[in-house]
Write a protein that binds this ligand. Structure first.
Ligand code: GCU
Length: 703
């Protein structure tokens, strides 16, 4: 008997899916572009596993009916077909094989769930359990089924046996967002279609939308496969230098947004957009954008209504205000909280969120030390933001440097919803030209103890909502995706995208595990390839740091134009305001005693740790202290010797990567092998330029 909730997967869809699979198998056999990323579903070669997978996953029985469940089942069909070579049958009769459906929809005769299991499952969580000849994939809500399906396929791709499988997972972080810095509309000359994007044009084809293309689906699949549940599709800079992102709020764009939202919805992803604070003026010619003006309030609420009438699950807005030329409430003498609350109150009736960035600096009356400024502006506003307003804080107080301390704001705003902003795109870490695996950096940031509520008040626990009990919290990553065939420019940069998603799902995952997964999913389970890729990835951040900016010194790169070359090459002499190098020494004194006083923004014992040169960690020494070149580090080396040695050593490491990669010739398909080989070869040259520039600069200064 088929229960009312049981779903018979339409044959037509199955045919469609299998056709797609054969198409994609065909493409990948002829050329490995990297397009399939970690969703390659290559055949398993171990005969014992193959037998197990075929017997356990050869049939699928589906309970429930929704777009998201369709996506989960399509993915299972496509994945199982690729991995086992046999397309699974779908039927409402099967009592073995994969059984997928919400716990409330699966009949007890097939599987009983204990009350403990059901209690442990959160709204987005999933349970995968083996029961005799069945693999049950279940959840409380549809989204959990999708995440469960992707996880199940991950297990099979990694060659895990399904014996005794029992996995219950919930995402730790509620909001898991991607932030695109893609520029819609007509691009003024010299402005690329993605700000700080290094992987080609934007994937969003505004000229073609609302017509959709396959890439949107594959994009959504990738996001869902790592559990990302929201995406902000345009640049936070919406009007600067003639940009047209602000136009997304005009009627012309609404059908386009609606089309994207409808595709993303199938994968549990909510659509958000970045908006300009001056929208009422720019779009409707209202005389001002002052939060106190009732016409302005009405404008926002009408605009929001218009959006929700077409996109009922719209996520909300992201706003960069009073920052780097984007206008904000300060023009009217209003605070950031007043500005944020104006828009938040329009979104509130629809369950939308207003995400307000804390990346604000440069105003008069603030400390001359840029690191101190966001805290000075936002700390006094703690508790003043609306319940559906969220403050998005960059990981560090400066700007995505290879090394900087964690922003003190995380430990300073207990009454404010907070999201951390990480940068997946490698603006300051080598663009698409240098391999620089950022997961180890993000782990350090997430594990950082703010001591806001004593020990355990790590950034990870703050953004999961557990330290302050905020209603909304989460993590956002500035995307590194573009229209290049492999999505991220440098193939190894896919690991950053994957790693971001996995950490967003669970910040407690170990770097080692994430890295293992990515390598195996991307290159298969061969040991040699595994060990070389792992060695390169896990050392690459330190290597990059070694030949660029030592000891937390911060910006040493060229200027910040938004073109493709900005922030890429060394230019230490133009960055003295940041690194403060002179003849006597180097580093920015940010102590309370003799410097800018920035250290005071941290809770104890962090404050004292950074304040004292005795306890400040060496890797951040020059961020907090100005020291003579002869200052001895814990390694026993002087600062100047350290700079010279690490810059020389860093280049040697890149040479080693190149040689190690060469040993993989024949073990990886030639396209991806050559792609990485060429990049590593070029990276040697770029690293040498960095080494020579920085070493010569300091040798001259320090004599
Ligand atoms: C950096 C980056 C800009 C970006 C800004 C931001 O300054 O260079 O391109 O717009 O951060 O995060 O708003």
């Amino acid at each position: 008997m088929i229960k009312a909730t049981e779903y018979i997967f339409p044959r037509i869809r199955i045919l469609m899916v299998t056709t797609l699979i054969s198409l994609s198998c065909f493409t990948s056999a002829s050329a490995e572009t990297g397009y399939e990323a970690w969703l390659r579903y290559k055949p398993v070669d171990d005969p014992v596993l193959l037998e197990e997978y075929r017997s356990m996953a050869g049939t699928i029985r589906v309970f429930g009916k929704s777009e998201i469940i369709n996506s989960a089942v399509e993915e299972l069909i496509s994945g199982v077909t690729g991995i086992t070579g046999i397309t699974p049958f779908i039927s409402a009769k099967y009592r073995s094989g994969i059984i997928i459906g919400k716990a409330s929809d699966i009949p007890k005769s097939l599987c009983r769930f204990s009350s403990d299991e059901l209690r442990k499952l959160d709204t987005e969580g999933f349970l995968i359990k083996r029961k005799g000849k069945r693999i049950i994939i279940t959840s409380r809500e549809d989204r959990g089924l999708l995440y469960g399906a992707f996880h199940f396929l991950r297990l099979m791709q990694m060659g895990e046996s399904l014996k005794g499988t029992y996995i219950l997972e919930n995402p730790v972080t509620p909001l898991r967002l991607l932030n695109h810095w893609d520029n819609p509309g007509i691009l003024p000359s010299g402005i690329p279609s993605i700000e700080r994007g290094y992987a080609g044009e934007s994937i969003f084809r505004w000229d073609e939308l609302p017509v959709l293309n396959r890439r949107y689906t594959d994009y959504a699949r990738m996001l869902a496969s790592v559990g990302i549940n929201g995406t902000v599709i345009n640049n936070v800079n919406t009007a600067k230098n003639g940009l047209e992102g602000w136009k997304l709020l005009t009627p012309e764009y609404l059908p386009k947004l609606k089309a994207l939202a409808s595709e993303f919805r199938k994968y549990g992803i909510r659509l958000y957009i970045s908006v300009n604070f001056f929208s009422p003026v720019m779009i409707s010619g209202i005389s001002d954008a002052d939060p106190a003006n009732s016409r302005v309030r009405l404008w926002w609420s009408d605009k929001v209504k218009e959006i929700y009438s077409e996109i009922p699950d719209f996520g909300g807005f992201l706003v960069k205000a009073d920052s780097e030329g984007e206008p904000g409430p300060m023009k009217y003498g209003r605070t950031h909280a007043e500005g944020a609350n104006l828009i938040a109150s329009a979104l509130e009736p629809f369950g939308g969120l207003l995400i307000w960035r804390a990346f604000v600096y440069g105003q008069k009356d603030l400390s001359p030390d840029r690191a101190s400024q966001a805290y000075q502006i936002f700390k006094p506003l703690d508790g003043k933001f609306s319940a559906n307003a969220v403050v998005q804080i960059k990981n560090g107080p400066i700007d995505f440097q290879v090394r900087e301390p964690v922003s003190p704001l995380f430990g300073a705003m207990p009454f404010t919803n907070q999201i951390i902003e990480l940068q997946i795109t490698q603006e300051y870490t080598g663009h698409d030209k240098h391999v620089c695996y950022l997961v180890p950096q993000w782990k350090e940031i997430l594990d950082f103890e703010t001591h806001a509520r004593g020990p355990g008040s790590t950034v990870a626990n703050i953004i999961s909502g557990s330290v302050f009990g905020n209603k909304y919290s989460g993590i956002a990553g500035v995307s590194n995706i573009g229209a290049d065939p492999n999505w991220t420019g440098h193939l190894l940069a896919q690991a950053n995208f994957y790693g971001f998603g996995r950490l967003a799902w669970n910040p407690a995952l170990e770097t080692e595990q994430i890295t293992d997964e990515w390598i195996k999913l991307t290159f298969g389970n061969g040991e040699k390839v595994y060990s070389v890729v792992k060695e390169i990835l896990l050392t690459s951040l330190k290597t990059y740091e070694d030949y660029t900016s030592p000891l937390g010194v911060g910006l040493m790169c060229n200027g910040g134009n938004t073109g493709h070359q900005g922030h890429f090459s060394p230019a230490p002499s133009s960055r003295v305001t940041y690194h403060r190098a002179d003849r006597s020494g180097v580093g920015y004194d940010r102590t309370m005693k003799t410097g800018s006083g920035f250290t005071a923004q941290y809770n104890e014992p962090v404050r004292s740790m950074y304040e004292s040169i005795e306890t400040c960690p060496d890797e951040l020494l020059l961020f907090f202290h100005h020291v003579p070149y002869s200052h001895r580090l814990r390694s026993g080396r002087t600062v100047i010797q350290h700079i010279i040695d690490t810059h020389t050593g860093g280049v040697e490491m890149v040479r080693k990567y190149y040689e190690r990669w060469k040993t993989l010739d024949g073990l990886i398909d030639s396209e991806r092998y050559m792609h990485v080989l060429e990049r590593l070869r070029d990276q040697i040259g770029y690293a040498e330029v960095w080494r020579d520039s920085v070493n010569n600069y300091f040798l001259k200064l320090s004599r």
